[in-house]
Design a protein around this ligand. Structure first.
Ligand SMILES: CC(C)(COP(=O)(O)OP(=O)(O)OC[C@H]1O[C@@H](n2cnc3c(N)ncnc32)[C@H](O)[C@@H]1OP(=O)(O)O)[C@@H](O)C(=O)NCCC(=O)NCCS
Length: 181
């Protein structure tokens, strides 16, 4: 599914939220390589991001065309700032009431309320699609993200100890959080 362009004002900055376009695949790839290098809290190391432009185009296309997926890109005063997305659980009918969420912003656009704005908008759409709960995984130690999710109603429901092993030999747990509507 897609959303048309929406404009907001946040701390004096102009925010645009909309669905991604296919011609933005390269921009999204470069963003992914950068944000994974800026934090320990995303899914992989920057040098593990090896998607091709065609694969990224497929990723955008799938989110835009599937009824149970949505990818929202955000711009701050015209600059690409990051994205958030949801994907409905696939497979068994038993799992189709659940939507999984992801979000990441460039470091320079964190900490002024954009993540909250984007997630509220995403959750609105998830609810409108009839999902009964939203789910996400956050790495232990990501205090800003954990606080934000908790303040939106997500509750911790479990963790995998040492789910992440870093190149420097340290570990971090994965924490599962759920928001029932
Ligand atoms: C996590 C992320 C999406 C949050 O978006 P954001 O725009 O930075 O967050 P917001 O500014 O909307 O809200 C952050 C909240 O955390 C609070 N916060 C900031 N630092 C904090 C800390 N160290 N401990 C606890 N709370 C903190 C802020 O006060 C704010 O809460 P408030 O609105 O109640 O005052 C964004 O920081 C990001 O993309 N980070 C890098 C990638 C990442 O970690 N993605 C999430 C993976 S699960």
């Amino acid at each position: 599914m897609t959303i048309a362009e929406e404009r907001y004002s946040l701390n004096g900055r102009e925010i645009v939220l909309r669905s991604a376009r296919l011609d933005e695949a390269q921009m999204l790839l470069e963003y992914l390589k950068t944000v994974t290098g800026e934090t320990r809290f995303l899914m992989a190391e920057s040098n593990e991001i090896t998607y091709t432009q065609e694969e990224e185009e497929q990723f955008i296309k799938k989110h835009n065309e599937a009824k149970d997926e949505l990818l929202i890109v955000a711009f701050v005063d015209g600059d690409y700032a990051g994205n958030c997305s949801f994907t409905g659980e696939e497979g068994s009918r038993r799992a189709r009431h659940r939507a999984g969420i992801g979000i990441a912003l460039f470091q320079k656009y964190t900490g002024f309320g954009l993540g909250r704005l984007m997630l509220k908008r995403l959750l609105q759409e998830i609810q409108a699609q009839g999902f009964e709960q939203a789910e996400l995984t956050v790495v232990d130690g990501n205090e800003r993200a954990y606080h934000l999710y908790e303040s939106l109603g997500f509750r911790e429901c479990g963790r995998i100890p040492n789910a992440n092993k870093y190149d420097d030999g340290t570990y971090a747990d994965d924490i599962f959080m759920v928001l029932p509507f």
